[in-house]
Design a protein around this ligand. Structure first.
Ligand SMILES: [Zn+2]
Ligand SMILES: [Zn+2]
Length: 352
């Protein structure tokens, strides 16, 4: 089968890789239909993450189930499914407690598409993908939802959801004018894209926030934010950013997190979605006196995916509004080279 491999120096190409064998009793083999870039994928492609190249790319997809093992009962061949980016067993303590990102049935941080760091599960930008625990992981795509629209639900849309949905209803009950502040890149040269901030803005509006602010240094992100009904701000001067009870830090830097914390209102909640630095200074007393809750960590994607799909079917969440390029698998190398440009936000690759 073909798998798409990113190598050092910007070399991007399909390669012939071993196809998965027949699934084990709990497993499935799926065929990706639509694969989305993650906000971290551009940084991976540019070699600016701790994930060493070469690696088999891709961890967000909607796929068609081709074959399931004898013990699988929740999905069947021919069904379209969202494949969570994290591998989880469904049977260990954390999985049973809806914390699949901390699954102890597989090695820590087991994920598709992160090379050796995520374990050797392969990437989903491929003709075929092995899913080791089909009942635990796969979520059927509801009728009427386009696989291309839902491709990023496997990670970035669900990641955005968990920064907003668990907190916003309670904050809105306290104050119906609760505002939300999403902060993406503070420099134009950031290797990370900002789709999750835009998804988060859409979700916050659907859940009732009247005013959602988005800070990003890149004009393309700000203009898309405005078209989506968000209030876009340039990073400087940061004293002009609003102070909000619900904030999200996707700056990817410790200094960015400090700024976002300083714009988190008293008794507010800040979620930091990217933290690949080993250490960073932290305004402890500022947070202490304002009772700020800071959550740093990865999502538990499998837990949020059904809730995101329900928002898509019932509340008309439309992740496709954030997509900036759609291309075929055959065009993947060129599309991903374009994705490394400054104005790219979300690229979706579609199997033929
Ligand atoms: Zn990701
Ligand atoms: Zn588990």
């Amino acid at each position: 089968m073909r798998g798409f491999v990113a190598s050092p120096g910007g070399r991007l190409r399909w390669r012939s890789l071993p196809a998965p064998g027949r699934p084990g009793p709990a497993g499935a083999v799926v065929r990706p239909l639509a694969v989305a870039t993650c906000d971290g994928d551009r940084a991976i492609l540019l070699g600016r993450t701790p994930f060493p190249l070469p690696l088999h790319l891709g961890h967000e997809c909607v796929a068609e189930v081709l074959e399931v093992g004898a013990d699988v009962s929740s999905v069947r061949a021919g069904q379209n499914v969202v494949v969570p980016f994290q591998i989880s067993c469904g049977a260990c303590g954390p999985c049973r407690q809806q914390r699949p990102g901390s699954c102890t049935g597989v090695p820590p941080v087991s994920m598709y598409g992160f090379g050796v760091v995520g374990g050797l599960w392969g990437g989903v930008l491929a003709d075929l993908v092995a899913v080791p625990f089909a009942d635990a992981m796969l979520v059927p795509l509801p009728d009427g939802i386009d696989p291309i629209a839902a491709a990023s639900v496997a990670d970035n849309v669900s990641d955005a959801y968990r920064t907003v949905a668990p907190h916003l209803p309670r904050l809105l009950a306290r104050d119906p004018d609760t505002e939300v502040l999403m902060v993406g890149s503070l420099t134009r040269r950031s290797p990370f894209t900002s789709s999750a901030m835009l998804y988060g803005g859409l979700i916050a509006k659907i859940l009732g926030a009247r005013k959602v602010h988005l800070v990003d240094a890149r004009p393309a992100v700000r203009s898309l934010a405005e078209r989506l009904g968000l209030h876009a701000h340039e990073p400087d001067p940061h004293r002009h950013w609003p102070v909000a009870p619900l904030t999200v830090d996707a700056t990817t830097t410790p200094s960015g997190l400090r700024r976002v914390l300083s714009h988190t209102a008293p008794d507010g909640i800040c979620t930091c979605v990217w933290s690949l630095h080993h250490r960073g200074g932290f305004p402890l007393v500022d947070c202490y006196v304002r009772n700020v809750t800071l959550h740093i960590g990865r999502s538990h994607a499998r837990t949020s995916i059904p809730q995101v799909l329900e928002l898509m079917t019932k509340a008309k969440l439309r992740p496709e509004l954030v997509t900036t390029n759609t291309a075929s698998f055959d065009e993947a190398a060129e599309a991903l080279r374009q994705h490394c440009g400054d104005s790219a936000i979300k690229t979706i690759l579609v199997a033929k």
